[in-house]
Design a protein around this ligand. Structure first.
Ligand code: GLC
Ligand code: CA
Length: 557
């Protein structure tokens, strides 16, 4: 084995927050305090007690896919199972609870779910410290519950992708327990070890090399999440077996975690290394052996590169543009219009768009960024749902849910879903929720918004209805993009379907002309429904007047 192999970390993550969350969880779970310095010496485990590992080969056995063609265009709902719906009163969300909410999701119009890690984990919170890659977190349910979720989602035409943590495991994963037990252990080189302390390293402001029995292992995210050695072909082959394990059960794809960090080539070369893209292309290619599987990668500092390798990657670089436009800032409108219209349009149109997610480095929820301004929140929603890309709605964004009023860090973004206005449990659990609730639950909750035709929920439902019924909006081109002050317009086409979208981000009414349409044709108004048809003149032009902060969608008859 080489003296040290390097695996990596990405981007401007707030490791302190990740660490803080995990440490406090450890404390809650009665665990010991993790080592704070690099030179902590741990006793050698007794070899006879080493836990068995699950590294058996899994062959491709595709159960097929009954999902509609193009389901991957979404929209998706990103779901944190722990915070979505509790079914058994223990205050922790679970798979059976999620199954109870599938009708809600179908009515809303989502076509895919991204489940944050549902595998057995050590952190007892977000799940990214995986202990068993082939089993379900016991607090969430069982493999049988998971199979039932897949059946029930598929029966509603909804696909399910799951988070897959390729870069690191939990320290309690039997593979790492084996690996750290002795230099001679068969799994030693599944992780990154050095006999001397490597120098010159700093990732997210921390030294990623952690001490164990006089040796050092590489763990940039948390000392309890050691990085795999992804230059070891046995490790990447095992990951492929795990991926097949889930796809053979009917999983429709994956969200790959932290792909910027897969392989490191030195203290100054730990992010977005060439080997990362090679590994991801191989995974994508393997997935192509299955029908209709979708892969989206999390690589915040290179969305374009990871879209090319994985098929899709999150457009972290567009969220600030969307919020700026929603606030009516002309420069933001320009940037949001240009994002999907660059030379790389082929790639950006395949990107996965979003407003927020479970990580604070990606920004706060829309309600917190826009200070509860519902008109602006609707403009932000219309932007990512009507532009190209695959939109990922972070659970609760469709009701304008705010972060936890009394929480900070990532926990603020991960509160129980506000199903009703109960300050005791918000409809999430019959017991006491494991975490405190969203700050705006009294007015922004599913029950209240289902009864209000002007609610955020009604708006999301309407716009998703357009996406799902107008092919040009689900997967069409992006053309004739025009910005006039605070008004953006664009056209989208596929086959015989043409849609014209006009969004006025400004606070006063505006008149715009849209050109390049079929001369003398007629456009039907798809949104808002009360608006009349529009005739195209002989030069292929229409004039549209929009109220302040308004959205108009037209289709060619
Ligand atoms: C990704 C996840 C984040 C997690 C980290 C390490 O950034 O989104 O929540 O802490 O990877 O797994
Ligand atoms: Ca539960």
């Amino acid at each position: 084995m080489s003296p040290f192999v390097i695996l990596g970390a990405t981007f401007l993550r707030n490791t302190a927050l990740i660490l803080g969350t995990a440490l406090s969880l450890n404390a809650c779970g009665g665990g010991s305090t993790p080592p704070t310095g690099p030179a902590v010496v741990q006793p050698e485990p007794v070899v006879g007690n080493l836990p068995p590992v699950e590294v058996s080969a899994v062959a491709l056995a595709d159960p097929g896919s009954a999902l509609p063609e193009g389901w991957q265009n979404g929209a998706f709902m990103q779901i944190f199972v722990r915070s979505y719906q509790d079914s058994n009163g223990d205050g922790i969300g679970d798979l059976r609870g999620l199954i109870q909410r599938l009708d809600y999701l179908k009515t809303l119009g989502v076509r895919g779910l991204w489940l944050m890690p549902v595998t057995q984990s050590q952190d007892k919170d977000h799940g990214y410290a995986v202990v068993d890659y082939r089993n379900i977190e016991a607090q969430y349910g069982s493999l049988a519950d998971f199979d039932e979720l897949l059946r029930q989602a598929h029966a509603r035409g909804i696909g399910v992708i799951v988070d897959y943590v390729i870069n690191h495991s939990a320290a309690e994963n039997p593979l790492f327990v084996q690996s750290k037990s002795a230099n001679s252990n068969a799994y030693r080189d599944w992780y990154l070890w050095s006999g001397t302390k490597p120098t010159g390293w700093s990732i997210y402001g921390n030294d990623p090399w952690k001490g164990s029995v006089g040796n050092y292992y590489f763990a940039p995210f948390w000392d309890q999440m050691p990085d795999f050695n992804l230059t070891n072909a046995k490790v990447t082959a095992w990951h492929m077996d795990n991926l097949r394990f889930w796809m053979n059960r009917g999983v429709d794809g994956f969200r790959f975690d932290a792909v910027g960090n897969l392989v490191e080539n030195g203290a100054g070369a730990w992010e977005n290394q060439p080997q990362n893209y090679t590994i991801l292309r191989a995974a994508r290619q393997m997935m192509d052996g299955y029908a209709k599987r979708f892969l989206v990668c999390e690589g915040p500092s290179d969305p374009g590169g990871y879209t090319a390798a994985c098929g899709s990657a999150f457009a972290f670089n567009n969220t600030a543009n969307i919020f700026s436009a929603a606030r009516g800032e002309a420069a933001g409108v320009q940037r949001v219009a240009a994002f999907h219209a660059t030379a790389a349009a082929g790639a950006t149109s395949r990107m996965s768009t979003m407003l927020s997610n479970h990580d604070s480095f990606a920004g706060q929820r829309a309600s917190d960024q826009l200070i509860g301004n519902v008109a602006q929140m609707k403009l932000a929603a219309a932007t990512y749902l009507l532009q190209p890309g695959t939109p990922f709605i972070y659970y609760g964004e469709e009701i304008g849910m705010a972060g936890g009023g009394t929480l900070g860090g990532d926990a603020k973004l991960r509160t129980p879903m506000s199903w009703n206005n109960s300050i005791a449990n918000v409809g999430f659990s019959t017991g006491t929720p494991y975490r405190s609730l969203s700050g705006n639950l009294s007015n922004f909750n599913v029950a209240a918004e289902q009864a209000d035709p002007n609610s955020m929920l009604a708006f999301y439902t309407a716009i998703l209805g357009l996406r799902n019924s107008i092919p040009a909006l689900t997967g069409g081109s992006y053309e004739a993009v025009t910005v006039n002050g605070s008004v953006m317009s664009f056209q989208r086409r596929v086959g015989a379907s043409t849609a014209v979208v006009v969004i006025n981000y400004g606070t006063s009414a505006a008149a715009v002309s849209v050109t390049g349409l079929t001369a003398s044709g007629t456009l039907a108004t798809a949104y808002p429904s009360a608006t009349a048809d529009v005739s195209v003149d002989a030069s292929g032009q229409i004039s549209v007047t929009l109220g302040a902060q308004a959205v108009r969608v037209l289709t060619l008859r």
